[in-house]
Design a protein. Structure first.
Length: 113
């Protein structure tokens, strides 16, 4: 670990007396540690179906149980959904169309077709 004075400041106390290690930075004044920005790995979202299989945009899936829709009936278990799109939108991972109606699904209610 080596000390440096830089443009990086502590997110807790805002001082710039920072020590750097391989995977984290540490404020020498207050002792706060945080992951280094250049070591944070962000990649594509990995979404798995009810059986643990990875599903990606463009896959076809099958509903494993009946799902009730707000205000418009239900989708029967066994319904095949084609050409899904994986999204980062709240707690629903799948954007798709069923019978021309756009809906959002949770991956835990589908299996890869």
């Amino acid at each position: 670990m080596h000390a440096r004075m830089s443009e990086i400041s502590c997110p807790q106390c805002s001082l710039t007396d920072i020590a750097s290690a391989a995977e984290h930075d540490e404020c020498l004044t207050c002792g706060h540690e945080w992951p280094r920005v250049d070591t944070v790995v962000s990649g594509p979202r990995v979404v798995k179906d009810a059986n643990g299989n990875v599903i990606v945009s463009g896959d076809d899936v099958v509903l494993i149980k009946e799902l009730k829709l707000k205000g418009s009936g239900a989708l029967k278990g066994g319904t095949k959904v084609r050409n899904i799109k994986i999204v980062d939108d709240g707690d629903h991972e799948i954007d798709c169309k069923v019978d021309g109606m756009g809906i959002m699904l949770k991956a835990m209610y589908v299996r890869k077709a």
